[in-house]
Design a protein around this ligand. Structure first.
Ligand code: HEC
Length: 157
């Protein structure tokens, strides 16, 4: 009787460890897969920011700078590859906050006037500029709402 009990115990333990071993590998697999797909996401600009930025662009900027960011010759400058778009963030944010008039853009002059968009929120401005800096062939770092807030605070009217 005692022997049978020991055998049953041993069998139970064996089958339990077998189940545990079976369970471990499928658990580990999805974890490594997730880590691999999550890595590039953090490096690139968030898709949600680009979607929100495109909406702000379509509503406020598209009529002058065009859907492809190409602008209108001698009227409105392009937004692809200009030193203003890709360069200093403070200067770029101030163009949107204050507007721009009579400035040469990379050696070209434009007849139209860029209106001020200071009624847009910090997030709308950071979204639209992040979108512009990562569209039309541009590739530059994102601008955060916190950065816009700081620049707006020090922006003289
Ligand atoms: C009414 C037409 C108009 C609208 C609307 C407009 N812009 Fe402009 N924008 C201009 C003009 C004209 C200039 C150049 C002004 C100058 O020559 O001094 C300019 C200049 C710029 C520049 C700097 C020069 C360059 O081409 O890199 C940026 C950046 C810019 N605009 C972004 C925007 C964004 C973002 C919006 C929407 C929030 C917007 N603009 C809306 C007409 C416009």
């Amino acid at each position: 009787m005692k022997q049978i009990f020991i055998v049953v115990c041993a069998l139970t333990l064996l089958s339990q460890s077998a189940v545990a071993q079976q369970k471990t590998p499928p658990k580990a697999k999805p974890t490594t897969k997730k880590a691999a797909t999550a890595a590039p996401k953090t490096a690139a600009v968030a898709a949600a920011t680009l979607t929100a930025g495109k909406a702000v662009y379509t509503q406020n900027c598209l009529t002058c700078h065009m859907a492809d960011g190409g602008g209108v010759e001698r009227m409105n400058p392009p937004l692809n590859g200009t030193t203003w778009v890709l360069g200093d963030k403070t200067r770029l944010v101030k163009v949107v906050l204050n507007g721009l008039e009579g400035e040469d853009i990379d050696g070209e002059s434009y007849a139209s006037v860029m209106p001020a968009f200071d009624a847009l929120t910090d997030k709308q401005i950071s979204d639209v500029l992040t979108y512009v800096r990562n569209s039309f062939g541009n590739k530059a770092t994102a601008i955060s709402a916190a950065e816009v807030k700081t620049i707006r605070a020090s922006n003289k009217k």
